[in-house]
Design a protein around this ligand. Structure first.
Ligand SMILES: Cn1cc(-c2ccnc(-n3ncc4cc(C(C)(C)C)cc(F)c4c3=O)c2CO)cc(Nc2ccncn2)c1=O
Length: 265
């Protein structure tokens, strides 16, 4: 049997914790561990694609990535079994904690994400939709990166095409918006926006601007303003992530190094 195959008999399903991109997500129990179980609707992903994806994601293992434990393909709908993250998604968490986020917690969150992303970068794996909404919070307030690479299985072209209404323009690098040119350096651009979200306590970037207006202002060289709570040195990193040319942006390895230095680690 394939080592990523989980025996459905060992899986106990619980409450619904959300309706994800590909279908229902339930909390559950597997091998005495609390898990999150994502049911994948057949029309979203072919079985073969699904298994191949699972093999890739099983190999990507890091303490700051939400871990895939395995898959259940013997039943329909198939499901993905993940480590359970008590705190839910980071964007909701930031909004709930607004006004009570100490500086070292916000810096720690940026550091957590940069660690997970530096690992993906070293594995030549591109996230493609890095944002606070796609990070999760663990019991100990640790932040982990989630749903990396999963955009490749979204069938809704409102989401996948850069002209689509659901495309994450406000987190996307110029070369992604113009040419769909994804890279770890375009993930770095998104990381800059994610740092802005953290220091703005979960506020949405360019809140009352349309995607078209955002593209226009970026072309004019305009960038998101320094969040009130962000130290100058962190704002400097954000602006570095938003350099027009990908090669002028820092790597995640370098961002991790800088953020660790700010945290005196
Ligand atoms: C692992 N995990 C996943 C989730 C959870 C629940 C519902 N939808 C999602 N999401 N969220 C976002 C998401 C995004 C994508 C893109 C392709 C990148 C667009 C693809 C997805 F498949 C999902 C997904 O499934 C998640 C994230 O995968 C919630 C957890 N935990 C809690 C705990 C308490 N309250 C709420 N959630 C948890 O531990």
């Amino acid at each position: 049997k394939d080592q990523w195959e989980i025996d459905p008999e060992e899986l106990i399903l619980g409450q619904e914790i959300g309706s994800g991109q590909f279908g229902l997500v339930l909390e559950g129990k597997w091998m005495d561990r609390k898990v999150a179980v994502k049911m994948v609707r057949e029309d979203c992903m072919s079985n073969e694609e699904f298994k191949e994806e699972a093999m890739v994601m099983m190999r990507l293992s890091h303490c700051k990535l939400v871990q895939l434990y395995g898959v259940c393909t013997q039943r329909s709908p198939m499901c993905l079994v993940f480590e359970y993250m008590e705190g839910g998604c980071l964007s909701d968490y930031l909004r709930e904690k607004k006004g009570h986020l100490p500086q070292d917690l916000m810096l720690g969150m940026c550091l957590d994400v940069s660690e997970g992303m530096a690992y993906l970068e070293s594995s030549n794996f591109i996230h493609r939709d890095l944002a606070a909404r796609n990070c999760l919070v663990a019991k100990n307030n640790e932040v982990k990166v989630s749903d990396f690479g999963m955009t490749r299985y979204v069938l809704d072209d409102q989401y996948t095409s850069s002209q689509g209404s659901k495309f994450p323009v406000k987190w996307s690098a110029p070369e992604v918006i113009k040419y769909s040119k994804f890279s770890s350096k375009s993930d770095v651009w998104s990381f800059g926006v994610l740092m802005w979200e953290i220091y703005n306590e979960g506020r949405l970037p360019y809140e009352n601007r349309s995607n078209a207006e955002v593209v226009e202002s970026l072309n004019a060289g305009m960038r998101l303003l320094k969040p009130r709570l962000a130290p100058d040195q962190v704002h400097m990193l954000m602006e570095w992530c938003w350099k027009e040319k990908p090669e002028d942006r820092p790597s995640f390895a370098l961002l991790l190094h800088e953020l660790a230095a700010f945290a005196d680690l």
